[in-house]
Design a protein around this ligand. Structure first.
Ligand code: NDP
Length: 613
């Protein structure tokens, strides 16, 4: 279309936007359930069936030890990226007395637990893997596989001497503020009673698996496991695939999110029969992996990683798409926005919104065309096409997933018309009125990422006067900077959903906070401060600022609005705006502005908003 026009027609675009909008709405309506998040069973001690998916660690035998009753300057709950990056930055800031408490048998968090075949980082490794320059490591591939990422977690642990004080195989069961001592009491499932001046909560967004509450699930007599507790003793093989013990097995997998997209190719290659139960298809773009070019790696100047992380964030969220990211699937939408904007003159603000929506349609049309080009059976291909805005659900990238549906042993079972799997029996799964007899059911059903705070964090936290943090957050997350809450002194809420929503590259957001937390704690410690407590006014001010802020980047990531998206954890199963305001859990102006805000606060040196004693 020539410059000079100020509208884009269906003919120019190659699709009809009105028809697509209607189809998107129909697909959403088909899936929204009245029980929303209540459709999932919480994995807790009160639910023995569900709890086995959390309690059993298939990767490590249980080591007995005596309860610990001691005191540390800082305790960090969680030894995944949040805990490790925060601990590393604290160490650099001169705070050596830091203990990480971790539920797994080693560092790594999500990369400790998620060892399913094909697991891989979807963000390029040079931006995603933390502390590459500090540890002197260069990833082997543009998109690393899980074993290399897990190994990198251990490299960080050794480099920053984090093993020295760490406690593994331990679940924190309670955090309680001891006002008389100005310290936190940290209780665990091992009978520990540790005390700490500061606590950093670093449990991350994906630490608790979730299970669909399918009637009859506990009656199934075959084998089952959740993808985050992959049972290689049952499947055989390893993270690279070759699941040789499945050769005579009929296997079902429930769920087709980012995890399933990665492990389905290995299951399809090995199982006698594979049934994939899909409620909503994922968008599956190209992977395009490649080995790291040693010459390029040798040419990098100090400071390259932070610069690259910054450029990656800008490239996704509507800024300039830097050359190193023009062939990265995460920027497909941003590139389409720019291309359509370039075809229209004198764009009004309303038109800019319209063009962004058109670019989203175009992006998803391209992704739907990939399905058509790859999957042989047109009826199967149709079911695999995603009809929603790209960031309504987590975009995925894989070169083998769609191909798997061309295998004769693989069956796609669409359960969208019943809003999910109808029933599980002792023998298998019932869907669309038919029973599929299987030997094994694998739950690729995700995590408690956006469910209620209590459910997703899973640790009772009591502050001043014994107030529960979940009561404090009854109407939404109340904090200052997304980090500290009134009534909960010396507690830093690191990572979590707040950072998850700041941009696709979680580790970079975590590091922005870690730098800030490390600086704050070390400065408070130097001044022998006992209590740092956010005032009620400072917390209120932050909330008001959050609720009034708009961000084009956030709008892009939220796919327009959570109410129009197909349900999933991004929009709390289709209910997001109804009872919780997502803006409270993120910084509406984007990660760059958040970093600047925190830096300015630190540079001012007056700890504004904190009452210090
Ligand atoms: P998700 O929550 O994304 O997916 C869960 C799947 O289970 C969905 O397909 C969901 O369908 C389906 N499901 C739930 N209940 C039912 C039911 N009753 N019947 C049928 N299907 C059901 O979990 P994942 O583990 O795939 O991913 C979670 C997150 O972890 C990702 O979004 C990503 O952030 C992260 N991740 C990152 C990776 C990386 O970077 N490499 C890799 C893997 C995960 P529906 O969509 O209809 O609700």
């Amino acid at each position: 279309m020539a410059k000079g026009n100020n509208r884009l027609s269906a003919k120019d675009l190659g699709f009809d936007p009105a028809q697509l909008a209607k189809r998107y709405q129909q697909e959403r309506d088909k899936r929204v359930r009245d029980d929303a998040e209540a459709q999932f069973v919480a994995v807790t001690n009160d639910s023995p069936f569900a709890n086995k998916y959390l309690a059993e660690d298939p990767y490590c035998s249980y080591a007995e030890r005596d309860p610990i009753k001691d005191e540390r300057e800082v305790i960090i709950v969680g030894g995944g990226w949040v805990g490790m990056i925060t601990a590393a930055r604290l160490t650099q800031a001169g705070m050596p007395d830091v203990r990480i408490i971790e539920s797994g048998g080693d560092f790594g968090g999500t990369w400790y637990w998620n060892r399913y075949p094909g697991a891989q980082c979807d963000i390029e490794s040079y931006s995603y893997l933390p502390l590459l320059e500090e540890t002197g490591y260069m990833p082997k591939l543009r998109y690393s596989f899980a074993p290399e990422i897990y190994e990198h977690a251990q490299r960080i642990g050794k480099h920053f001497d984090l093993y020295k004080n760490a406690v593994f195989q331990t679940w924190v069961t309670q955090l309680r503020w001891l006002a008389d001592e100005s310290r936190w009491l940290v209780a665990t499932n091992r009978g520990d009673e540790m005390k700490a001046r500061y606590v950093c909560l670093g449990t991350g967004p994906a630490n608790r698996p979730r299970l669909p509450g399918i009637p009859g699930a506990d009656t199934f007599t075959g084998h089952t496991f959740h993808t985050s507790r992959w049972d290689y003793s049952y499947t055989g093989g390893g993270p690279e695939g070759n699941l040789n013990q499945l050769e005579d097995k009929k296997v079902a997998i429930i769920g087709t999110g980012a995890t399933a997209i990665q492990c389905v190719p290995a299951l399809g290659a090995s199982a006698k029969e594979l049934y994939i139960f899909q409620r909503t298809p994922s968008s599956v773009d190209k992977r395009n992996n490649s080995p790291t070019d040693p010459q390029w790696a040798a040419s990098l100047a100090p400071g390259w990683q932070a610069e690259r992380q910054k450029r990656f964030g800008e490239s996704i969220l509507g800024g300039l798409v830097y050359p190193e990211f023009v062939d990265d699937g995460w920027t497909r939408l941003a590139r389409n926005v720019q291309s359509l904007m370039g075809q229209v003159e004198n764009i009004s603000p309303d038109q800019a919104g319209e063009i962004t929506q058109l670019a989203d349609f175009k992006t998803m049309e391209e992704i739907r065309q990939r399905v058509e080009q790859t999957v042989d059976d047109p009826q199967v291909a149709d079911k695999l096409k995603a009809f929603y805005n790209q960031f309504c659900k987590r975009p995925t990238f894989n070169d083998d997933y769609l191909e798997t549906f061309n295998r004769p042993n693989v069956t796609l079972v669409d359960v969208s018309s019943t809003k999910g799997v109808e029933q599980i029996t002792p023998r298998g799964i019932v869907a669309n009125g038919k029973e599929y007899e299987v030997d094994c059911i694998i739950y690729a059903s995700g995590f408690e990422i956006t469910s209620s705070y209590e459910r997703r964090i899973g640790i009772p936290i009591y502050g001043i006067n014994g107030e529960s943090i979940y009561d404090h957050w009854e109407k939404g997350m109340r904090t200052m900077h997304g980090l500290m809450a009134h009534g909960f002194p010396n507690l830093f809420l690191c990572g979590g959903l707040f950072v998850f929503q700041l941009g696709a590259n979680y580790c970079y957001g975590v590091d922005v906070q870690a730098e800030h937390v490390a600086h704050t704690i070390s400065e408070l410690s130097k001044r022998s401060t006992k209590v740092a407590h956010v005032s009620a006014e400072a917390e209120q001010h932050w909330i008001e600022d959050q609720l009034s802020s708009e961000s084009a980047g956030m709008q892009l990531v939220l796919g327009g609005s959570p109410e129009s998206c197909t349900p999933g954890y991004y929009n709390q199963e289709g209910t997001a705006q109804r009872y919780r305001d997502v803006r409270l859990e993120s910084y509406g102006k984007g990660l760059g502005a958040y970093r600047t805000l925190l830096r300015n606060w630190r540079n001012a040196g007056d700890f504004a908003g904190l009452e210090l004693t």
